[in-house]
Design a protein around this ligand. Sequence first.
Ligand SMILES: C[S@@+](CC[C@H](N)C(=O)[O-])C[C@H]1O[C@@H](n2cnc3c(N)ncnc32)[C@H](O)[C@@H]1O
Length: 254
Amino acid sequence: MDALKAKSGLHETDAYIAGGYSSVVGMSSQFAAGICCGLLRIQTAAGVKGPVVEIGPFEGRFFIALAKSLSSGEIALGIDLFDWPNPEVQDRFAANCDKHGVPKDQRIIWKADSRVMKPDELLAKLGGTRPRFIHIDGEHSRKVLAGDLELATTVMDPAGILVLDDMLHPGYPTLMVAVHEYLERHPEMSVLAIIDRETIVAATKFVLCRKEWFKRYEDALLADYKDNVWPLGADFEPHWCLVLSLDTRLAAIT
Ligand SMILES: C[S@@+](CC[C@H](N)C(=O)[O-])C[C@H]1O[C@@H](n2cnc3c(N)ncnc32)[C@H](O)[C@@H]1O
């Protein structure tokens, strides 16, 4: 299977995903990066502007792809404890940004704990501009994901896209409980798409947005990634969403 089958459609971003991406230590898949950066392209075309935020950029693999997909004047904010597996991870993150073309004036590196972060503090880091895209990939516990989801939802632009990593992962089964509880608390939000995993490490991501943006983003994904649509979709009772995968086969029944 060709992970690069799903390109973002942004020249510099796709060159990074096909090249340097795998050399930056990290956990997100090339397939997910292509689609998520494609969503940034779709947002830009729709006139949606603003920064991107990642909770848990680690060494920057996914962060760099997002940052390279921004329009001029937009910035990327990376929030991390930067203490695992050692404090030098922050230097490696900055060096990776330099090496792969995310200049200092386009990035904010914030050593901070999302568990105690207030929405106003996050917005202040962005000069008050609401982010258009947030990737949540911090602590993988039900409680912390619930908190990160609330933080992200409070600060995000109404047209914003929220991406959650390591969904349906065999090692983190309780994250799904946090997502379903969140969807019950936030009927204004819906799951736009599921980006299937490449491997157990490069795991599945959920893409969420506000309901009023669902159709517009779904139409764009269907147009741009039709070869990756798994025909049966995902049942979120009562609504359905796209499943994007590198393997779109159905079970053979005859
Ligand atoms: C699995 S790694 C992220 C991988 C990266 N997003 C990628 O795609 O390659 C998880 C990161 O979340 C960070 N993290 C964990 N708990 C956090 C918290 N409470 N606040 C901020 N960052 C946190 C960790 O330090 C670690 O760097």
